[in-house]
Design a protein around this ligand. Structure first.
Ligand code: SAM
Length: 273
């Protein structure tokens, strides 16, 4: 998978490319990250990428021309091939694990990092094929969002993660429910390691029991419980098994006993597919 990042700060990415998952994926040839300096696509002596906003107001805006040229140069490398061009923007669709799953099937992703007040709207309208936000907050540039997207997509590529960092059980991990549609997952269950007792706090006995079925049930129940307490929105429409529903109903009943936890509605039954 190849990422083409268009930025005015290519050096920003050096350290993340030299560590962890991205470094490993690059070294193994499972991913390639190409950094393109937006200023290389300017034609004036000062290599100007920005200008004042029409209509007045503070700040500067990325001019459309260098961005158009940068993307056209990338498209020219593979004429006729559809390019997935992502504009990083707080106004885009929200990036989630489900979106990461969707993107990992692309052979090539172009990421446009804005700065200042943002990017001339004609880029969103006519160049980008996708607009992504990493959350409802504003950063000064698209470089951190681009790095975050690359890291979360690359760790989903087959062969990138070692056994010690398995992805399928991670929080939110999406599963495919048909065609190119993905269903987000639950929050992860709690993890423990040695020692079995630390400062008087014991690891749940079931995890030491060696009973795989009991461990599986305990982990599923803890994942459901955490999700129910912290992110009940993730349960809406989630395909629950009969066992899951029974467990959530138990939690619900316990929460309704005065003084015991908070309640939220148990989602309506839905077939597990
Ligand atoms: N004026 C813009 C607005 O309010 O929507 C914000 C521009 S922001 C200061 C500059 C650049 O940072 C954006 O063009 C975008 O590339 C990037 N950026 C900032 N916050 C972001 C977010 N939450 N998700 C993705 N990109 C973001």
């Amino acid at each position: 998978m190849t990422f083409d990042v268009i930025t005015i700060f290519p050096d920003f990415f050096r350290s993340i490319l030299e560590h962890g998952v991205l470094k490993r994926a690059l070294a193994a040839g499972l991913a390639a990250i190409r950094l393109h300096d937006l200023r290389d696509f300017t034609e004036d002596r000062h290599r100007t990428v920005d200008d004042r906003p029409f209509g007045g107001g503070p700040g500067m805006v990325f001019k459309p021309d260098p961005v158009f040229k940068a993307v056209a140069a990338l498209q020219a490398e593979t004429p006729g091939q559809h390019l997935h061009v992502i504009l990083l923007s707080p106004q885009g669709r929200l990036f989630t694990q489900t979106v990461a799953e969707e993107l990992r099937w692309q052979e090539r992703l172009v990421l446009i990092c804005g700065r200042y007040e943002g990017v001339d709207e004609r880029v969103a309208e006519h160049v980008a094929t996708d607009e992504i936000s990493i959350g409802d907050f504003v950063l000064s540039g698209g470089e951190l969002p681009a790095a975050l997207i690359m890291e979360s997509v690359v760790r989903l590529l087959p062969g990138v993660l070692g056994n010690e960092e398995s992805a399928p059980q991670d929080s939110f991990t999406a599963k495919q429910v048909g065609g190119r549609e993905f269903q987000h997952g639950l929050l992860d269950f709690p993890h423990y390691t040695r020692p079995a007792e630390f400062q008087g706090w014991k690891v749940p006995q079931v995890l030491l029991s060696g009973n795989h079925e009991e461990i599986r049930r305990w982990r599923r129940q803890r994942a459901l419980e955490k999700t129910w307490r912290r992110r009940p929105d993730l349960l809406a429409g989630f395909p629950l098994s009969e066992e899951d529903r029974q467990w959530l109903a138990t939690l619900q009943r316990e929460a309704e006993v005065p003084g015991r936890g908070t309640g939220s509605l148990v989602p309506q039954p839905r077939d597990e597919t």
